[in-house]
Design a protein around this ligand. Structure first.
Ligand code: DQA
Length: 151
């Protein structure tokens, strides 16, 4: 079965209690359930992960890139959290393995502090979903599935 990956970066394990006025009250476990239902409806198997560690995210990106190259996955939805604004290493990993990535942000980062306006991920992302709350994960999975379909 073809997989779709959903990777979450630092502090997203706190979803539901961290700044609910910005990120809402849905937990990451609820998000995983939403993603699993959407993936299954599209005939995909969901692989879902969260890590507070940059190196772990890089290892997952490399594994996902290999799976896409082997025809076993469509790509990854990635909410890099604050690493969005700091990580050349995540940029290089995505570019290095040519992983189709949908960059996702729950909040509209462009409506927030200026340091959130720059992304190291956007130049290597296949698409970007910003500001739709946790529903953005569903949109991103659909977008990735559609982008992977043969023309
Ligand atoms: C975020 C936005 C980032 O600026 C922030 O550091 C996060 C979450 C979002 O989903 O809106 O941790 O990626």
């Amino acid at each position: 079965m073809t997989s779709v990956y959903v990777f979450n970066g630092p502090n997203l394990n706190l979803l539901g209690t961290r700044k609910p006025e910005v990120y809402g009250t849905t937990t990451l476990s609820d998000v995983e359930t939403m993603c699993r239902e959407e993936a299954e409806a599209l005939g995909l198997e969901l692989v879902f992960g969260q890590s507070n560690h940059e190196g772990q995210l890089i290892d997952w990106i490399q594994e996902a890139g290999a799976a896409v190259k082997a025809g076993q996955a469509v790509g990854a939805v990635l909410n890099p959290g604050a690493y969005t604004h700091t990580s050349v290493a995540l940029h290089d990993a995505i570019e290095g393995v040519e992983l189709p990535v949908i960059e996702l942000h729950i909040s509209n980062v462009h409506h927030r502090e200026p340091f959130r306006h720059h992304s190291y991920i956007s130049p290597v992302a296949r698409g970007i979903v910003v500001g739709f709350g946790v529903y953005g994960y569903v949109l991103a999975i659909r977008g990735l599935h559609n982008a992977a379909r043969p023309a």
